[in-house]
Ligand binder design. Structure first.
Ligand code: NDP
Ligand code: ZN
Length: 187
């Protein structure tokens, strides 16, 4: 894709996601606008050297079907089949229990397309970074440790997908073990 067209499409995706997430906030004490998270995921991928526009648009849109009134068909019409399919791959089935959703994320991680795996890896890296730096303000320490441990299990299923991000995740995991040194980590 021509660079200017790719940039315009990325900005269209950003505009769309910002509109869809406009009433949502992150769980940190400042209730950061939700859109900062998809921007963060896309930025982390770009800074790690990813320039594929499907990956970057998918990152910007990755929580739209799961967390907003957005349909797969709508993304197909606006951003094309490939972007829409990647977002769908990253969407948990909200009809399942939280435990079933988490188990499926783990079991299916390695079967996802390469583009979806890259975004998932960046998503987990951003969330663990946030847990260490701007955590959900209502979460206890055990809950934070539980989330980090579960993320580690998912990331271990994604090994070989994006070495820069895998290294960043491992460094964050090391920091987590220091920050929560009273807890027993599994890995
Ligand atoms: P999660 O546990 O999945 O919440 C984590 C998600 O919150 C992240 O994946 C991220 O989602 C989003 N998020 C928003 N703000 C932040 C932030 N500042 N830092 C990191 N992540 C952030 O979902 P729920 O809160 O819905 O809880 C459901 C699950 O939690 C169940 O598995 C339940 O069993 C468990 N639970 C555990 C408890 C405990 O004390 N151990 C208590 C209650 C529930 P995204 O990537 O989509 O932005
Ligand atoms: Zn996310």
């Amino acid at each position: 894709m021509n660079t200017l067209i790719a940039e315009i499409k990325l900005l269209e995706a950003l505009n769309f996601a910002a509109d869809r997430h406009r009433f949502q906030r992150r769980k940190d004490e400042h209730a950061t606008p939700y859109i900062n998270h998809p921007i963060d995921v896309a930025h982390r991928l770009a800074a790690a050297g990813e320039s594929d526009s499907v990956v970057l648009m998918g990152a910007i849109l990755h929580d739209t079907i799961e967390d907003t009134e957005t349909e797969h068909n709508e993304l197909v019409a606006k951003f094309g089949q490939e972007v829409a399919d990647v977002v769908l791959e990253l969407t948990d089935d909200k009809n399942l229990s939280a435990m079933e959703r988490k188990t499926r994320q783990f079991l299916l991680a390695s079967t996802r397309s390469e583009k979806a795996r890259k975004i998932k890896l960046a998503d987990k890296t951003c969330n663990v970074y946030d847990i260490l730096n701007h955590p959900p303000h209502l979460w206890s320490e055990p809950r934070k440790v539980e989330y980090i441990e579960w993320s580690k299990k998912v990331v271990d299923e994604l090994r070989g997908t994006q070495p820069v991000l895998e290294h960043q995740f491992d460094e964050l995991y090391r920091q987590a073990r220091e920050q929560f040194r009273n807890y027993v980590f599994q890995h």
